[in-house]
Design a protein. Structure first.
Length: 280
């Protein structure tokens, strides 16, 4: 019975999310139960692709990613894959009519990570951000609005800005690993080897502008099934950014920023109070 296999596949995507990101998993758990599995399924797909290009150094990454993409296309065409992550993702893609160009834009950015080490222009940078983060926000939005195209069109810019903000925070947090281990420099016209206070502040200003737009024009207008979970992810990343702001530019490469478990619980409790009081 395929239903049992589909349930097992969904459980695998949930396990991937919990194993790789306790913070994101906590936020997903605050979503309505009827949409949690689909967000786990999206995360499982993008996590596996990202792991291929960022982690599997002793293997042929290009071949692995090519096989992953080929198997995705087969799963979408056939409605099944023996890879449980792809099987669960194709269910979500087909259920919510997630456009193929979103998936292809994401895979294009992942392929860029195989060989591109520096982004010298804003156009290159924006294209990479769109594929690696913005479209993930758009995929999730497709789930949140459940076929309401008017709502999707109203919120899509905010979903992209929130995805961008999350990705840029990750770039700042992971500067050391990206620059020293993976030889990547995402921020255009910034010398990461000698990051100064002005350059750092410009990056932070850009991220804060994305966050402000996403909150006002997106999070506050989300369907009730999604609002609290997305707000939790937003609060978590804003706290990360606050901690990054406090680190001097000359030390940011040597500092690993994280949010402690007690702080995560504190954020959850305070966010829940605001949500129940209809402050958000």
């Amino acid at each position: 019975m395929k239903e049992l296999f589909d349930n097992v596949s969904n459980d695998c995507s949930k396990l991937v999310t919990k194993s790789y990101s306790t913070s994101f998993s906590l936020a997903v758990n605050m979503l309505s139960p009827k949409i949690r599995a689909d967000i786990y399924n999206i995360y499982g797909f993008v996590r596996f692709a990202d792991e291929i290009v960022d982690t599997f150094h002793n293997y042929n990454k290009e071949e692995l990613l090519s096989h992953f993409e080929r198997d995705y296309h087969l799963s979408k065409a056939q409605g099944i894959s023996l890879n449980p992550i792809l099987n669960s993702f194709q269910q979500t893609v087909n259920r919510y009519n997630i456009p193929e160009d979103m998936v292809q834009a994401f895979l294009k950015s992942m392929k860029a990570d195989l060989h591109k080490t520096e982004y010298q222009t804003k156009e290159e940078y924006d294209e990479y951000i769109y594929g690696s983060a913005d479209v993930v926000g758009l995929m999730c939005l497709k789930v949140f609005v459940d076929g309401d195209e008017n709502k999707y069109n109203e919120l899509k810019d905010a979903a992209m800005r929130l995805g961008s903000a999350f990705q840029k925070v990750n770039f700042l947090r992971d500067l050391k690993d990206d620059f020293e281990l993976l030889n990547r420099s995402y921020f255009p016209n910034v010398d990461l080897g000698q990051l100064n206070a002005i350059s750092k502040q410009l990056i932070i200003d850009e991220i804060e502008a994305d966050f402000d737009y996403a909150y006002t024009h997106g999070i506050l207008k989300l369907p009730v099934e999604a609002k609290f979970g997305v707000y939790m992810a937003y609060r978590y990343y804003r706290r990360l950014l606050k901690k990054l702001k406090a680190v001097p530019s000359e030390k940011i490469m040597d500092t690993r920023i994280r949010i402690s478990d007690p702080m995560k619980i504190n954020l959850l409790a305070r966010s829940y109070v605001k949500y129940k009081l209809n402050i958000i």
